[in-house]
Ligand binder design. Sequence first.
Ligand SMILES: NC(=O)c1ccc[n+]([C@@H]2O[C@H](COP(=O)([O-])OP(=O)(O)OC[C@H]3O[C@@H](n4cnc5c(N)ncnc54)[C@H](OP(=O)(O)O)[C@@H]3O)[C@@H](O)[C@H]2O)c1
Length: 353
Amino acid sequence: MASVSVDEAMRRAIELAARGLGTTSPNPVVGCVLLDEDGQVVGEGFHAYAGGPHAEIVALAQAGRRAKGGTAVVTLEPCDHTGRTGPCSSALVQAGVSRVVIAVPDPNPVASGGAATLRAAGVRVDLGVRGEEAEAGNVAWLTSMRRGWPYVIWKYAATLDGRSAAADGTSMWITSEAARIDVHALRGTVDAVLAGVGTVLADDPRLTARNLRDGSLAIRQPLRVVVDSSGRTPADAQVRDGAARTWIATADAVGADPDGRVDLSALLAALHQRGVRAVLLEGGPRLAGAFLRAGLIDKIVGYVAPRLLGAGPTALVDAGVTTIAEAIDLEFVDVTQVGPDLRITALPRKREG
Ligand SMILES: NC(=O)c1ccc[n+]([C@@H]2O[C@H](COP(=O)([O-])OP(=O)(O)OC[C@H]3O[C@@H](n4cnc5c(N)ncnc54)[C@H](OP(=O)(O)O)[C@@H]3O)[C@@H](O)[C@H]2O)c1
């Protein structure tokens, strides 16, 4: 078998890491490829679920004695602490690995220090190989660990003229089944789905991750969160149906902003405390406006249908913009056709000053 460069091995490790997306929280996604002294792949692994073996341990188990003198190529700095599993840094040292190549350092103060432990044991450590790519694959976890609140994706569906419902309030369905299937897949990658009580009262959504063809529930369900200052969510709302965990986040439980509404920063901090690293904000327009006003949105995923309504509520309300100079500038990072619709992914541009 041909030998593999460290760069190629890292590309593979990043691919492996992605297989854990949506199931590892509150842990990161991690992939690992083990090369022997001749650069042959002797082990591969990824972290599949919290509490399960780490990527390095899976790869070491595959490699057995062939790990000795070899190189571990890993997307995130190996952990240095004993949590539900033992420290990966020690496992790599014990296996006799002579070099560890890391894409991204671990920002988690509890688990970091693996690189120092490895170096102290005489292992060569290189940092930063395909760092940007590995960072992108783990962006929600890394962002949330660095700043202490979850990564927030705002998702909405609208017509080409930006309407989220018709003038009479009907909105089901603006986009195609293909787009809705895509949304359910997106729900499967996050830890919590958020909606304002306005949406719950208007649409009575279930907010579960489902297979839309047969209605079956995904094995792992995100926490459902209704942002509901004074507890107006009806007792028989579908969001309370027991199909997944639900938190009715009231101002009393979370803390109130100056208007007496749920304090959104406190809400995100509370979610972080509960192990939530990625949040999908599913609206509606008023809550999305409040999140944008507060600068709490990290990514926007808009599903745009090739339809026009010409009247009716817009996808976003009161985002704090009154003049064009205050417009929230975005960068489109992806445009993909999903059935007849477009899925547009955008990142808010950082404001100067
Ligand atoms: N096309 C789409 O993608 C999409 C998605 C979702 C919804 N929708 C549509 O949106 C409509 C509902 O919109 P909406 O704007 O009334 O509902 P919303 O944004 O879901 O909920 C707004 C409510 O959230 C509560 N809230 C709690 N804390 C808040 C805070 N800090 N800032 C702002 N709001 C806070 C407020 O009620 P309290 O003060 O009582 O807490 C507020 O009235 C429905 O017609 C639905 O079909 C469309």
